[in-house]
Ligand binder design. Sequence first.
Ligand SMILES: [Zn+2]
Length: 462
Amino acid sequence: MSLHVYNTLGRKKNDFVPLKQGQINFFVCGPTVYDYAHIGHGRSYVVYDVIVKYLRSLGFTVRYVQNITDVDDKIIVRAAEEKKTAKEIAEHYEKTYHEDMLALGVTAVTKYARATNYISEIINQIERLIKTGHAYLATDGVYFDISSFLEYGKLSNQKLEELKVQRIEPNPAKKNLGDFSLWKKHKQGEPSWDSQFGKGRPGWHIEDTAITETEFGSQYDVHGGGMDLIFPHHEAEIAQMEALSGKPLAKYWLHNGFLQVNGEKMSKSLKNFTTIRDSLKKFPAAALRYFFLSTHYRSPINYTDEGLRAAANAVERLNETIHLLKLVNEKNDEETHSKINDEIQSLQKKFTTAMNDDFETSRALGAVFEFVRTLNSSIATKSLDIANAREALGVLKNYNEILGVMNFKDEQLSSEQKSLIEEREVARKKKDWTLADTLRKKLLDTGILVEDAGNRSTWKRV
Ligand SMILES: [Zn+2]
């Protein structure tokens, strides 16, 4: 099956065909840097990280751009609260955002585009919108006239007539109640830039289209973000760019579902607000990724400690198998028994089918687990030879490049632990059970549990 993705624009699954063969321009709304990123952000960015890595594994060249909103009302408010400048706040939380993403293994982004680096492009876009009659000057800045763009509402499935009377950003000087801000006139103490329509700062929506027009041109392949951004944010992006270009802004609109905490919406007032860094103090990053990927990206996900613990256990089971496969690797006295080609082919088929069906990561993880279970039973019956084990490790490693839920780092044993294990092997072969037992206890004191199965012994950390 070829790749199918659910497109919010049109609300159905479409065959995925990029504008230019083999190349994908991919944009996802980045954070407004005024606070630590929360686990809702974590879900969203892990999802797009996996999607982009999967697309690359299919052979596409993906240019993945994410904006950083570093000028915004929320940043200004926070700066006033903390008696700092808006720039200081933005710089600090941009830094912590990158730290959090790195900790979560989110590494697919090609370019992080800071809004304040695109001010002249933003001003230029607003100028063109004014010139073509899509934007107008009001007492407190520049607004987009939604009645000038007849398709306004097409992404969120709303009628223009209704949207015209829907009140956003209250201001009696606006033509329609639903007109949105492109440029906010300077107020004392706020960051500002000079422009032909007065000193001020950009509205939120115009940042993204200025960035994407600069990076990709007026059209690109995929725009992603949380479902809460469909209206007005993404609707506004479409209006701004399509009013100028007359062409569809993005071919595919992907939106991930909400994250709830214990069945409730996450909010500061409900005191169930969890940052990525707080969550990472309790659970390993791989567990968080596993947890996010165990639900389809468009479905809501409920964050509970129980769910995270289950994910941590699943990750541990995967890592245990990897560890055992490496131990098979180390032994050179195995005989060849089974071939795992069939299992590998079956995994490949199931994984690809799942991911090609609108990125069904939960089913893809299921296929990996099925494979791992087969490996476990082959290891238990000692029917896996070195070549098989190496091949299995290679396959798992490849899928982990996309998923990022397994650990392939070599467990480092100290030289003391290594020699204890060797001594114990010798004692066992000599059937000196007393010595073997003493050495086993010594190893346990250093955190290594040795387990015997038949004529072979394995170890793991406890
Ligand atoms: Zn955005």
